[in-house]
Design a protein around this ligand. Structure first.
Ligand code: FAD
Length: 355
């Protein structure tokens, strides 16, 4: 596979401390190998080296696509600023996409209709006038940019020369929330996004889903999130991960085996499940307990038989603390290798999830 590459370097007072900070911060999320003053990382989407060289911090990265390269460059740039605390640092990227200032993965979605799938899951269908092919070709989820006011002209983000994304501020600031593209209709240039109508205060994502009117606009940044290849899968998630689990099983070819544990409040939240794979779908019911507290996913994964680990991939999406606890179950109790599973915090109990 051809990888797209970019590199940068910046003079810093203590570049080794920044390599250390990256190592510590990202070790949990990808395979990292330390070699003296350098750390190499390896992930499904690419690889790279972060190093301290003659008073400079240097980053060299190689990624599978332009969107991923852009995100990794932004992530590196934003963390250099976070770790040094210096917002005035001046550096530039060389290599692929170094002259880009507009976000190539920003699309505009216009609401064409919305309706409830279940009492707590509402579908919003967006028309995407430009770029539906690119939106369909990539990963499974996107970042929605929710405008503060539909009557103002949107001020969309752009790229600084450091690779960081410059977001609109003040009255134009947009709430950023991650959602799954549940389905794409390329002929009609439409995408379906399913919003959980969860409890809570001040929740721009759920509020947008509940109130979206025909003609309302959102920014759509993405897509991201790769789908690891495997022979058999185990998926577990609450209703925020229901769209991605339903999409993944719907798109899975015959010959694969999948076991799914899907936590929802009650039977009224079930949706039709379609798949060509050999599928065992298990609904788990919280029955009024607050989301993220029932422990049903953890319990189901503890009881799952983990005998067949060859060619296995496990995906979990749920509340952040729950995901952390489940990671331990998968690694320590089920004995799964780090590469065999992803347990992602899809939302944070008691906090806004601005990405
Ligand atoms: C990769 C990925 C894909 C996702 N896909 C989807 C999707 O397709 N559909 C979807 O609805 N969500 C999805 N989510 C989850 C969604 O991003 C979060 O639920 C997000 O917090 C919603 O933003 P909000 O503005 O409604 O609430 P926030 O402003 O983030 O939070 C406000 C309050 O609501 C609470 N809250 C947030 N989510 C929930 C919940 N699910 N249950 C109970 N309380 C909650 C928070 O704890 C907080 O107290 C996804 C997340 C990720 C990371």
């Amino acid at each position: 596979m051809t990888l797209l590459s970019a590199q940068t370097s910046v003079v810093l007072p203590d570049p080794v401390a920044i390599v250390d900070a990256f190592h510590e911060h990202f070790n949990e999320h990808m395979t990292m190998t330390r070699e003296g003053q350098a750390v190499h990382f390896e992930a499904d989407y690419g690889n790279g080296t972060l190093s301290a060289e003659e008073g400079r911090f240097a980053a060299r990265i190689n990624c599978v696509s332009e969107n991923v390269l852009l995100s990794v460059k932004a992530m590196v740039a934003e963390h250099i600023v976070e770790f040094t605390g210096d917002t005035s640092l001046d550096f530039r990227w060389e290599g692929h996409g170094s002259d880009l200032r507009e976000l190539p993965n920003l699309f505009v979605g216009r609401v064409v209709r919305s309706y409830n799938l279940t009492p707590r899951m509402r579908r919003v269908v967006f028309a995407v006038d430009n770029g539906i092919e690119r939106l369909a070709a990539g990963g499974l989820h996107v970042r929605l940019l929710i405008l503060p006011d539909q009557t103002r002209t949107p001020v969309w983000p752009h790229l600084s020369k450091t690779g960081a994304i410059v977001w609109a501020k003040g009255e134009d600031e947009q709430a950023r929330r991650v959602y799954t593209i549940r389905a794409i209709n390329k002929e009609r240039a439409e995408v379906d996004i399913d919003f959980v109508m969860h409890e809570g205060d001040n929740m721009p994502g759920a509020h947008f889903g509940a109130t979206a009117a025909v003609g309302d606009i959102v920014g759509i940044v993405g897509p991201g999130g790769e789908r690891p290849e495997a022979d058999h899968y185990v998926f577990a998630g609450d209703e925020t991960a229901l769209p991605v689990m339903l999409r993944m099983v719907a798109e899975m070819p015959a010959g694969k085996t999948v076991t799914v544990y899907a936590e929802v409040d009650n039977e009224g939240e079930q949706q039709d499940v379609r798949s060509n794979a050999d599928l065992s779908w298990n609904w788990l019911y919280r029955r009024g307990q607050p989301a993220g507290t029932a422990g049903l996913l953890q319990q189901a994964l503890r009881q799952h038989s983990w005998e067949k680990q060859d060619g296995l991939h496990v995906f979990v999406g749920c509340e952040k603390d729950e995901a952390r606890a489940i990671k331990k179950v998968l690694a320590d109790e089920a004995g799964l290798a780090k590469k065999a599973f992803v347990a992602a915090g899809y939302w944070v109990r008691g906090a806004n999830d601005d990405h």
